[in-house]
Design a protein around this ligand. Sequence first.
Ligand code: 1CP
Length: 334
Amino acid sequence: MDKPLLKALAGEAVRPAPFWLMRQAGRYLPEYRRLRATAGNFLDLCFSPPLAAEITLQPVRRFGMDAAILFSDILTVPHALGQEVRFVEGKGPVLGPLDLAALQPVGGRLDPVYETVGLVRASLPAETALIGFAGAPWTVAAYMVEGGSSRDWPEVRRLALGEPGRFAELIDLLVEITVDHLAAQADAGAEALQLFDSWAGLLPPAGIRRWCLEPARRIAAALCERHPAVPLILFPRGVGALAAEFAGIGDCVGLDTAADPAWAAAAVQGEAAVQGNLDPMLLVVGGAAMERAAREILSALRHGPHVFNLGHGVLPITPPEHVAALGRIVREAP
Ligand code: 1CP
C-alpha cells in the first residue's frame, strides 16, 4: 500500500498531496472527443471495456494523476434495474417511466464495467491507484424519479418529503444494488471507491440526514464487511457544515466548491481525510488566479490527510494545458 492516494486515504499527511480530478476523463480532452465520435451512444461506450479502459487511462497518461477513476456513469445503475436510460446529444440523460414495483436487477448488465476495472488495473503505472464509483442513492433516485436532469427537481423532492414511506422503498433498493455494484468493482481490482451525492444539497438538514447520511452509513458498513481494506470517499455536494457528519462514516470526505478548507481542516480532518476543492471555473481561468487558489487550499489542509481535487467535475471548456499547470502547482507546493 505505498500508493500516495491510498496512504492519504488511510489518514497519512502525504506531501506532495496526491491529486486527481472529478470528471478527469471527458469532453475537454481531444483524444476523448475523437474516441467518443466513433462509439455511437454514451452507454455503449460505458459498456465497451477496451474503449472505457482507454478513456480511463487518457488523463493519467497526459497529466500523471495519482489516481484513475473508472470511466462509467452513475446512471448505469437504473439501467441495471431495468429502467430505460438514454443519453441525448446536447440534452443529457433521459430516463423512461419509473415503475417502482417492476424494478429489479437484470443479471449481468454491469459485467462489462467490472471487466473494464480489470483491464485498467492491469495497465496502470505502479504508483497510480484505481478508483471505482457509484452514485449515492439520493442522487440516482433524483434522476430516476425526475426522468432526467432538472433545474428544480420538484418530483423527487415532493416524493422524499411528502411520501417518505414510498420513497424509502426506492432508497432501500438502491442501497442494496449500490453495495453490490461497489463491492463488485473492488472484487475486480478497484482500490478505493467514491460515492457521488451530487444533489445532496437539494434537501433540508433532516432530509440530508435521512436520505444521504443514513444510506451512506449503511453502504459503508456493508462494504466494510466485504472489503475492509478498500477506503470509501464520500462526496455529499452542497451540504455545508453537515459535511462534518459524513466524516464519521467514510475514510475521506470530498468538499464542494463552496466549502471553506480552513473550516474542514478543523471540523473534518481529525476524523477523515479531506478531498478537494478548487472551483472548476478556476481551472478554466488558469494563470495566477488558479495558482493562488490552489495554494490556499493546499496550505489550509497541509497538517492532515488531503487529496487535492476540484470542488466538482472538470468543465468541458477547460483548456488541457491548465490541467497540466495545476498538476505542477500541486507537486511543487511548499
Ligand atoms: O457527451 C458525453 O461524452 C458524455 C458526457 C459524460 C461523461 C464524460 C457523462 C454524461 N458522464 C460521463 C462520465 C462520468 N460520469 C464519470 C467518469 C469518470 C470521470 O472522469 O470522472 C463519472 C464519475 C460520472 C458521474 C456522474 N454522472 C455524476 C456525478 C458527478 C457529477 O458530475 O456531479 C452525475 C450527476 C452523472 C450524470 C450525468 N452523466 C452524463 C451527464 C450529461 C449527466 C447529467 C449531469 C447533470 O444532471 O447536470
